[in-house]
Design a protein around this ligand. Structure first.
Ligand SMILES: C[S@@+](CC[C@H](N)C(=O)[O-])C[C@H]1O[C@@H](n2cnc3c(N)ncnc32)[C@H](O)[C@@H]1O
Length: 302
């Protein structure tokens, strides 16, 4: 990936040259220029352990050989469409760093909407100083629950995660962020585990697999080839199987009188998922938009 003339003269390429080659290689794959620029920035910051402004200040300076090599290794993984986050082994969510890798869903920025909504709920009801107990189904990396545990010192939580690889990442992230003691990770199908659960919960949440199988076929290669289908593809032709099961099973879980339930939704699923929870007896239903104005979260009260 180094500039050819520089390589011929055994010279090191500058940061700017290496960055340009990285962007060109990604664009040649069909990745949008803005995304290619963003990835080049993140990859360069990662290999050099530098901030974006430091890279700009050093744009005309040569990139150390070890850094150039590390960048080439990342690019080689991107050339077979492995997601950048898997190549780096990390991603950021709610401003916190999370370990990620094959076998676990990469947390998406849209999912920050449910975290913000749960935070607002905790502040409005219990307040950050009160004890609060949360249950999440499908923890993945633990992005939602671990962010909340870090932001709410009096929160305790239980999560179900069926995938051993995902549960492993969740444990690592909880340990790294110092919240492991307040998190009970149950590596089991929630359908069998939930009815046997003890303890009273104030909040229920999930970002479940909700993509209808038909639409899943059209996902970008990074997602389709590398991210776990178990985390993405919803049950049933409409992808809404999880919500139907969750709405039915939740009343059997011990909860406080005013318990609130929040679930993330796929685009265009707001009305159908609201109807599912309304029919199951949930009230005060509210649909919350993401930054693009898409209905992203449904909240409801017991
Ligand atoms: C969309 S991912 C969400 C991961 C994480 N909460 C996030 O927002 O990034 C859904 C997660 O649910 C898990 N899952 C799917 N079916 C499950 C089940 N029956 N019981 C427990 N977990 C399940 C998947 O393994 C996956 O980690």
């Amino acid at each position: 990936m180094a500039d050819q003339n520089a390589a011929a003269n055994n010279e090191l390429s500058t940061c700017a040259e290496v960055r340009r080659s990285f962007i060109e290689a990604l664009c040649a794959l069909g990745i949008e220029a803005s995304e290619a620029r963003r990835e080049a920035e993140i990859a360069l910051m990662h290999v050099t352990s530098s901030a974006a402004h430091e890279l700009l200040l050093r744009a005309d300076q040569p990139l150390a050989e070890a850094h150039a090599q590390a960048l080439t290794e990342i690019l080689n993984q991107r050339l077979v469409r492995k997601p950048l986050q898997y190549a780096l082994g990390e991603t950021y969510f709610m401003g916190f760093k999370f370990a990620v890798g094959p076998g676990v869903l990469i947390p998406r920025p849209d999912t920050e909407v449910i975290v913000e909504a749960i935070l607002a709920e905790i502040k409005a009801t219990a307040g950050l100083q009160q004890r609060c107990n949360l249950l999440e189904v499908g923890a993945g990396t633990g992005a939602i629950v671990i962010s909340l545990l870090m932001l709410c010192p009096n929160l305790t939580a239980t999560v179900f995660e069926i995938s051993p690889q995902a549960a492993h990442f969740c444990r690592i992230n909880a340990l790294c962020h110092g919240v492991y003691e307040r998190l009970n990770i149950i590596e089991e199908d929630y359908m069998t585990g939930l009815p046997q659960l003890s303890g009273h919960f104030d909040l229920f949440c999930s970002n479940p697999p909700y993509i209808p199988v038909e639409l899943a076929r059209e996902l970008a290669p990074e997602i389709l080839l590398y991210e776990p289908a178990l985390a993405l593809v919803g049950q049933g032709a409409d992808g809404l199987g999880f919500y139907r099961n969750f709405a039915q099973i939740l009343p059997s879980v011990p909860a406080t009188a005013q318990a609130t339930m929040l679930v993330e939704l796929g685009q265009g699923q707001g009305a159908d998922v609201s109807a599912i929870f309304e029919q199951a007896g949930w009230r005060d239903l509210r649909l919350l938009p993401d930054l693009s104005g898409i209905e992203r979260v449904l909240s409801a009260r017991k």
